[in-house]
Design a protein around this ligand. Structure first.
Ligand code: 0A1
Ligand code: ZN
Length: 880
């Protein structure tokens, strides 16, 4: 048998894809569940591809093989071989039935992949995580997404320990067994890949709701959680019902089983998982109540519930042919989730949130050593490719396609995509083909976006010819080459635009002898193109890339006055905010370069005027009052000094606060504080957001006064948003005064892991060199553990990825501590270790002293010989 690339630690390449030689038509699984050992019997009905002559090979890792039989006959040891995480079996034919029995050890599984224990041995429950390749930790199987099978799953377990038994599919019987044991069976008639398999067994409570789909199916919705958390599941249930209705209306997609289970666990590597009929959630993305969840967390729960539910079509009914196509399901589902959230809340605010995330997480990834295309060409460890590029940039690509086709055309396209690929394992090409064919357009030029890494820079330059009354807009594009590709090709870049007159009104667009109303989309397809606008009585101010119509970095030679005009007049809420961000960047650059105060004044004056605008949405104002964050600022520098970036940003905000003035800030804070309620409606959330922002600005002028407010706000808080916000202001501006409320918070939420995570994070993110000692002290807290991914992230990831001045100490002590922790984590949970290691992204652009220290730390890490494949790939790429 050839060495398997994973085992030999060779890259796996898209170009090496071969259709499976063997498929499994139907699987019967029988589990004898136990916390320490579980036995799994599998019966696979095999189908052979007559065109291929490969022997039968199955995947399996850490399985103890107890028995094996083919077509009813036990196999002699000479008839099968276990090599490199594979099992090769002789003598199988088309239609053969292979039966295996294996033993696995859930309680010893700290990687949280396959079957594992959540919580304590006494009170915990068992569950599975199979994406991407966890199923091979449960049984021998061709563990690849293009092998789709129907499933019959029988669970047997001790009733006292495991009163609830769940698997994906429709229930098909349950009953008692001898010795206090019981059983339950589930049948899933929809063929699906192994990564969507799930089971849950343990002591769980539920809430239920009946739902009738638009096409008339009665579905029982059940959300399960441990007893102390079940009352915090109601918001998720409401969000689930909204998601199901929305998908029926927006995409014509109905749910397709009689039950839909959702389960919450505190032990989970990611946000949540869309297992067929049995979604499993990190409790962080499911539980919500006003006392322990912030407004942002409520929105996150709604979005993740929707995301996992939407996967039932974009992922489960139509799945991915191979893992290179991951964005086929993830990019599309993120786009669907974003559209849903925009419909449920505010569309411009949602767009601002999504673009901010893209800039903070994806742009840096795309510009650093971990850059990869939305459809990568190769990987060593697939779990390292659940990235901002695959998810967030992937969603931007779908958004461009949707924009190009228009709402009705996009719906025609997705209808065709779902109809044509239902029950199939599809590719990105299948997606583009269906969208294109349904609309009679060729979308293949967009394929280039999927195969090329890097963020394009879009340059825009306008010239106005008064005599001809013409404005010529020159657009050009450039993407920095990377390891993956020495030459970048031009991409189709849709630029949604409008032109403004000096009075702030939108001008009619006359292009190519046509009138296009006041907004148009021009598509740049070449390296450079000119677009001519006629009949213009004055030099217009262009509003470009409206709604962020393409995931690019726009460079346009605006004057501060032009940006200020857009900031006050652009009816496109996103571009309005964007004009403010650009203006803030001008102000930042002026401060940095000691270039006088004109740009700073332009930004501050514009915002001071908006601060007085009673008609402006409070949440939008809060966002407008926030300049780009430190990570975004660092992305613009060729040499990065995190301490200097932090100081400059503080200075910038101080200038803004001074310009608005302490009295106005104080008055606004008091007015907002007086209206505080626990309500969750959009207006109440917006008020809280603005109040927090105003308090932060006030604290830059008058720390003592702001801390007085914060102390009262902490004491009287109606909910977590206000409580945590107040605590953060106190901790940042008056360490001594924050000690008592921090201790109070610690005690109050001692039994609420999600709230306690926030307590760790808040402190890990306090800026400055003292952060390292603080993190070490927090590690000594009895509640700290590396074994729980949420807790490890709450402290360590918050420090390394969310506290630039703390992590990037000049002496390198932050890096040294961090790699020690990565090594410890790697022996427990390689997926989490690898993810946390991405905090080093961007190290090559640090100023020399820090760069040296980071390099030394990474080299020391790479020198360890027992790194997991996950961590080794990330560290290796960092050092490439
Ligand atoms: N498909 C899930 C994400 C996910 C991926 C991997 C996991 O385990 C390694 C878990 C979840 C989603 O997009 O929500
Ligand atoms: Zn997803």
């Amino acid at each position: 048998m050839n060495a398997r690339p994973e085992a030999a630690n060779l890259p796996i390449r898209l170009t090496n894809y071969r259709a499976p030689a063997w498929r499994v038509e139907h699987v019967e699984l029988d589990f004898e569940l136990g916390t320490d050992t579980t036995e799994v019997a599998a019966k696979l009905l095999l189908r052979r591809d007559p065109a291929q002559n490969e022997p039968l090979r199955l995947d399996g890792e850490q399985l103890e093989l107890l028995s094996i039989a083919l077509d009813g006959q036990p196999l002699p040891a000479t008839a099968y071989r276990q090599i490199d995480g594979g099992l090769e079996v002789d003598g199988a034919r088309d239609g053969s039935v292979l039966e295996t029995r294996v033993r696995v050890h859930p309680a010893a599984n700290t990687a949280l992949e396959g079957l594992y224990l959540s919580g304590s041995r006494e009170a915990g429950f068992l569950l599975t995580q199979c994406e991407a390749q966890g199923f091979r930790h449960i049984t021998w199987f061709p563990d690849r997404p293009d092998v789709q099978s129907t499933y019959t799953v029988t669970l047997r377990a001790d009733r006292a320990h495991f009163p609830v038994l769940l698997a994906g599919g429709n229930p098909d019987g349950a009953g008692e067994l001898d010795g206090g044991r019981h059983w339950a069976r589930f049948v899933d008639p929809h063929p699906r890949p192994s990564y969507l398999f799930a089971l849950v067994a343990g002591r769980l409570e539920k809430i239920e709701r009946d739902y009738r789909t638009a096409d008339g199916r009665d579905v029982q919705l059940k959300i399960w959680a441990e007893a102390d958390a079940i009352e915090r599941c109601h918001y998720a249930m409401d969000a689930l019902e909204r998601s199901m209705r929305w998908d029926e209306q927006a995409y014509g997609r109905n749910y397709d089983l009689d039950v839909f289970h959702v389960v919450a666990t505190h032990d989970f590597n990611m946000g949540a998982m869309e297992n067929k009929g049995l979604n499993i959630f990190n409790a962080k993305c499911l539980l919500a109540d006003p006392d322990s969840s912030t407004d942002d967390e409520y929105r996150r729960v709604e979005a993740v519930i929707a995301h996992e539910y939407f996967h039932n079509w974009s992922g489960n009914r139509v799945t991915c042919r191979d893992w290179f196509q991951l964005s086929l399901k993830e990019g599309f589902t993120v786009f669907r989730e974003q559209s849903f959230s925009a419909d449920m809340n505010s569309a411009p605010l949602k767009r601002i949130e999504d673009v901010s995330l893209l800039r903070r997480a994806q742009f840096p990834e795309d510009a650093g050593p971990l850059a990869h295309p939305v459809r990568p060409a190769e990987y060593r460890e697939i779990n390292n490719f659940y990235t901002a590029t695959v998810y967030e940039k992937g969603a931007e690509l779908v958004r461009m396609l949707a924009g190009k086709l228009g709402a009705a055309g996009f719906r025609r396209g997705t209808d065709l995509y779902f109809a044509r690929n239902d029950g199939r394992a599809a590719t990105i090409e299948d997606f583009l083909a269906a969208l294109g064919e349904a609309n009679g357009v060729d979308l293949t030029p967009y394929l280039a976006w999927y195969g090329q890494a890097g963020t394009p820079r879009l340059k825009a330059h306008g010239t106005y010819d008064a005599a001809r009354r013409e404005y010529v807009l020159t657009l050009s594009q450039h993407t920095t080459p990377g390891h993956d590709q020495p030459h970048r090709q031009p991409l189709p870049i849709p630029v949604k635009l409008a032109l403004f007159g000096s009075d702030g009104r939108m001008l009619p667009l006359h292009m190519d002898d046509q009138t296009a109303g006041t907004e148009a989309v021009t598509v740049l397809t070449e390296a450079e193109q000119h677009f001519v606008f006629r009949d213009l009585a004055e030099r217009p101010i262009p509003s470009l890339l409206r709604g962020f119509s393409a995931p690019v970095i726009l460079e346009c030679d605006y004057t501060p006055a032009e940006l200020a005009l857009l900031l006050t007049h652009d009816p496109d809420g996103f571009n309005r905010w964007e004009a403010g961000q650009q203006l803030a960047l001008r102000a930042h650059d002026a401060l940095r370069d000691g270039m006088g105060s004109q740009a700073v004044a332009a930004w501050c004056d514009a915002l001071a005027a908006l601060f007085d605008d009673a008609n402006l949405d409070a949440a939008l104002l809060a966002d407008l009052l926030s300049p780009p964050g430190e990570i975004e600022l660092a992305e613009r520098e060729s040499v990065v000094d995190p301490a200097r970036i932090h100081a400059l940003r503080q200075q910038l905000q101080q200038r803004l606060a001074t310009r608005i003035g302490p009295d106005k800030l104080e008055t606004r804070y008091r007015a907002l504080a007086a209206q505080s309620t626990a309500a969750l409606d959009a207006a109440s959330q917006a008020h809280r957001r603005l109040k927090q922002r105003v308090l932060q600005l006030l604290a830059l002028l008058d720390p003592t006064g702001a801390c007085d407010h914060a102390a009262v706000q902490y004491r009287d808080a109606h909910g977590m948003t206000d409580r945590l916000g107040a605590l953060a202001v106190l901790a940042r501006h008056d360490a001594a005064r924050s000690a008592e409320p921090l201790a109070h918070f610690r005690a109050r939420y001692a039994n609420d892991p999600l709230a306690l995570d926030k307590w760790f994070t808040l402190q890990a993110q306090l800026p400055g060199e003292g952060a390292l000692a603080r993190v070490q002290a927090l590690e000594a807290d009895p509640a700290f553990t590396l074994k729980n991914p949420n807790r490890a992230r709450a402290l360590l990831s918050a420090f390394a990825s969310g506290n630039p001045t703390g992590f990037h100490r000049v002496d390198g002590a932050g890096y040294r501590l961090y790699i020690e922790r990565l090594l410890a984590l790697d022996t427990l949970n390689p997926q989490i270790a690898a993810r946390l290691a991405t905090a080093f992204n961007g190290w090559q652009r640090l100023e020399p002293q820090r760069r040296e220290a980071a390099h030394a730390a990474l080299v020391a890490l790479a020198a360890h010989d027992k790194l997991s494949r996950n961590l080794a790939e990330i560290v290796g790429n960092m050092l490439k």
